[in-house]
Design a protein around this ligand. Sequence first.
Ligand code: SF4
Length: 223
Amino acid sequence: MDIELKKKNANEVLKRLRKAYPVTGPFVEGSNPLELVVGTALSAQCTDVRVNAVTKELFKKYKTARDYADADQATLEKEIYSTGFYRNKAKNLRGMGKVLVERFGGEVPDTLEGLLTLPGVSNKTAYIVLAKVFGKLEGVAVDTHVFRLVPRLGWSDAKTAEKMSRELSKIFPKKSYQLMNEYLITHGRAVCSPRNPKCGECVLADICPSTCKMKNNGSGKNL
Ligand code: SF4
């Protein structure tokens, strides 16, 4: 597919997914920039539902960057244990708190460069925080769902999330960066699952280049 065809196809995909999913999500929740950064950082290799269950309690105790900076490693590990990779995540949250206190006056920075200096904050996290908290659409957040759906849709074969994000940013208009992330995640969970995509009931079946390769009877079981 050349770039113009990809743009046309992407526009149609977005249109159809918007219609198919009047409500998207669930996604990581946070009522302020710090909570959203923490929640998104915890979502690596973990479901958003699980993260929200953990942060519901966590945010009652940790309210400022200083709280994370001063946190006890072992205690924090226990508190975020069920999100997986808890040692590294706890270390990153404490490091994040320290950097926020020392370099940003305890506030979450509103620039990509600033966010990327925080331990545990990837491009994906930074793009989500910038879009949701500061209304800045600076890039397409590529998480595991986006990473596996995009090659199926024929938009990119990039082997890294960063490269894929750059390629997607040429296909989608800036205003759709965050929306496409949310729709693809929702579609990936509901229909286009990793092993048994339900192509037979997919609203994209006639425009998805992978639909033939993944023929199934609509039940999700490949034939
Ligand atoms: S047609 Fe199949 S492979 Fe393509 S997006 Fe739909 S479920 Fe996924």
